[in-house]
Each structure stands twice: as structure tokens, then as C-alpha cells.
Design a protein around this ligand. Structure first.
Ligand SMILES: *Cc1c(COP(=O)(O)O)cnc(C)c1O
Length: 384
């Protein structure tokens, strides 16, 4: 079957959106397997190895950390961590300087979780003094949550420092690492992370539909007695099921898991440092192309995580993101709208199985689009 399929050529698209990312053909084809009931021991064995590998990626001590798999997109992880890890009568602190932490705050409101939302401008780092002051003045805060790489802008948050503060004041620290995990090297203990999370279609360069939380086993066990606010999205329940049966509580995304297995093998074969250097070289190529055409990005370069570039729309009457997008899309390159409410932006991301050469090829097409629609090059920005 595998051989028959490998003769078919699959058109390669370069996805510059912030996930799902471009995958290798070997990962795509790993989904084509003989039908199997996921309650078979063989499948449980595969998931056991996968859970261990997911801890290994963030250098977690397997005696301290574990990984729990879920069927769903990345947002399910945020939902699960927040609703499962808050003891009765305690509060969540959300450190929000972007769209994904705002989503976490919204999840708290859906569950009616007591919450303090500390908001900071999307183009700057959270102020650690006010984080500390909030923790000091609100001893009922038991869970601190923020986002590592705010994918809406590409800013990298100081999680090690925030985690240290959370721990100093006795709170658990959960971090949305969806857009850094398996790309930017992370050491879970060193970064003071209790729980981090991602989904298979981002850093792992696998398929959509599988998400996972990597975190402190003792804290999960402690949460067994916390209020149960969701049935399907309860961390302890899923963990307990894995630990006692080796299986997901409910039907797993079988074929997606085979692809993720292949992607993990490819991750370790490429190597943590080599993969990160590749992503960085793609990021540098994106910046070089943008600079050549005169585009400006919205986040100070030193604050960028090295994976997402958030670009200002030029001040040009002929600029029309949709038209430029469509021109590129028809030629195999996907660019993505921005996620900043106060400014018009689009994003170019360095996720996926792509290289700097793909970015150079992209800029040829992108520049053609600008010329075709008579957008001035270098692009111009009006009065600041
Ligand atoms: C992609 C992403 C998510 C998950 O988004 P889904 O659409 O639910 O997969 C969550 N957090 C961050 C930081 C992300 O980049």
C-alpha cells in the first residue's frame, strides 16, 4: 500500500500560515495504514512511546513529567489546563499581551472561573513588576497562564521569569507553547513550566487533530479532587485512563497518530538544534525578503521568537491582501492575515518542513503579485 502510494506525487505547498504547517510526504503517507481498532495492544504501545517522546522533546525527567494526548485542535489544551487545574475557591491569573492569551481569558469566562486578566500592549513584553504585585496582593491565585510565542504577533514572552514568580507565590504555571514546541528548544524544568502544550500540526510538522499537554505528573494527580468542570476535557480523567489502560478515554484520531509517530521519528532524526537552525534560517530569509521590498514588521526584532513575522500593510491604495494572497495561493504559497486588532497586518511564518530556498522562491512570486497589482516597490508607509 505504502509503495503504491509513494508513486503518486503529492503537490508540495509552502504554508506560511501559523499552522498547520508544510509536512513531508513520508508523514502524509504514514496515515495510510491497514485498518486497526485503537483498543489493540499494538496501538496502545505506540501511544506509550509517543507520550514518552513528547516529554523528551522538552527534556523532561520522565519520573516527574508525563504527556497526555487529546483529540482536538490546539485550543483544547488551553481549555483543559484551565478548567482542570484550578482548585475550588482559587483564581487564575492570565498574563495577556496577545490574541492567544486573550483566548485563554475567554475560556475562563466560559467556565466562570475566577480570573484576573493582566493586559499589556501586544507589541511589548509583560511588566514583571506588575505581575509580581498582582501575585502578592492576590494570594488566592493558584494558576498563572501565559503564551510563549504569541502567534498573533510573533513576540516571545519571558516565561522563565514569569514561572519563577508564579512558583514564588505558590501558583502552578501553565504555558501555551503551541507555536514554539518542537521548534524553539525548551527545557521544561529550566523554564519553570508546570504544563506546556502543543498540537501535532505545528512544530512536529504532522497532521491536525492531535493535541497534547506535557506536565507535572504529581500536579495532575493532585487535581483528581478539583472541581470537575468538563467531562470530555478533563486532564485527570484522560491521564488516569492512559495510566490504567494505555488508551485514550474515547476514540483517538488513529491515522493522525500514525502520522505523528512518523513525524516524531523525523524530529529526532533532524535533531533539536539543526531543526531550530533551519527554522531560524527561514525566519531570516523572510526578514531579508520583506526588507528588500520595504515592508515593516510590528514587533521589535529583538523581541521576536524567530518563527512568526507580523507585517504592516503598506499605505498603498492598490494594496489588497486578498488579491495578493490569491495570486500566491494559486502558485503554491499560502500567506496569512494578521491577528492584531489595532493595526492591519499579515503574517509570514517559519513553521513546517520548509527551507530558506522556499522563501526565496516565495518572494519571487510575491513580488510578481505586487507588480501585477501595481503596488509601489519598495512599499511605502505614510506619515507615522
Ligand atoms: C495555533 C495555536 C493554538 C491552537 O489553535 P487551534 O486553531 O485550536 O489549533 C493555540 N495557541 C497558540 C499560541 C497557537 O499558535
Amino acid at each position: 500500500m505504502q509503495e503504491a502510494m509513494s508513486n503518486t506525487s503529492i503537490k508540495r505547498n509552502i504554508l506560511l500560515n501559523p499552522g498547520p504547517a508544510t509536512t513531508t510526504d513520508t508523514v502524509k503517507l504514514a496515515q495510510v495504514v491497514s485498518d486497526i481498532c485503537p483498543r489493540e495492544k499494538e496501538f496502545a504501545r505506540m501511544m506509550k512511546g509517543m507520550r514518552e517522546d513528547l516529554v523528551r522533546i522538552v527534556h523532561g525527567d520522565p519520573a516527574v513529567y508525563t504527556a497526555v494526548l487529546f483529540c482536538g485542535s490546539g485550543t483544547i489544551n488551553i481549555d483543559i489546563c484551565l478548567n482542570s487545574l484550578l482548585p475550588e475557591g482559587k483564581k487564575v491569573l492570565i498574563i495577556n499581551n496577545g490574541a492567544y492569551s486573550a483566548r485563554a481569558a475567554e475560556i475562563c469566562t466560559y467556565y466562570n472561573l475566577p480570573m484576573i486578566e493582566l493586559r499589556f500592549p501586544v507589541d511589548s513584553l509583560p511588566d514583571l513588576e506588575s505581575v509580581e504585585q498582582t501575585l502578592r496582593e492576590n494570594p488566592e491565585i493558584a494558576l498563572v497562564h501565559t503564551t510563549h510565542n504569541e502567534t498573533g504577533t510573533g513576540i516571545l514572552n519571558p516565561i522563565r521569569e514569569i514561572g519563577a514568580l508564579a512558583h514564588r507565590y505558590g501558583a502552578v504555571f501553565t504555558v501555551d507553547t503551541t507555536s514554539t514546541y518542537a521548534m524553539r528548544p525548551i527545557d521544561i524544568a529550566q523554564e519553570n513550566i508546570d504544563f506546556c502544550m502543543a498540537s501535532a500540526q505545528k512544530g512536529l510538522m504532522a497532521m491536525t487533530g492531535l493535541s497534547f499537554i506535557v506536565g507535572n505528573r504529581a500536579l495532575i494527580e493532585q487535581s483528581a479532587n478539583y472541581p470537575k468542570r468538563s467531562y470530555y476535557c478533563n486532564l485527570y480523567l484522560q491521564y488516569h485512563f492512559f495510566e490504567t489502560t494505555g488508551e485514550m478515554h474515547f476514540t483517538p484520531p488513529v491515522q493522525t497518530i500514525y502520522a505523528a509517530r512518523q513525524a516524531l521519528d523525523e524530529y529526532f532524526a533532524e535533531g533539536e538544534q539543526a531543526k531550530w537552525q533551519r527554522h531560524l534560517s527561514v525566519f531570516e530569509a523572510i526578514h531579508a525578503g520583506l526588507e528588500r521590498l520595504g515592508f515593516q514588521d510590528i514587533i521589535q526584532r529583538e523581541l521576536q521568537a524567530g518563527l512568526v513575522v507580523s507585517v504592516r500593510y503598506p499605505d498603498d491604495a492598490n494594496w489588497d491582501f486578498e488579491r495578493v494572497h490569491d495570486y500566491c495561493y494559486e502558485r503554491g504559497f499560502t500567506i496569512y492575515p494578521g491577528k492584531v486588532s489595532t493595526q492591519d497586518t499579515f503574517r509570514l511564518c517559519a513553521l513546517g518542513a520548509i527551507s530558506a530556498a522556499d522563501i526565496e522562491a516565495f518572494f519571487v512570486v510575491f513580488e510578481e503579485a505586487l507588480r501585477k497589482y501595481e503596488i509601489q516597490i519598495p512599499v511605502s508607509y505614510g506619515q507615522e
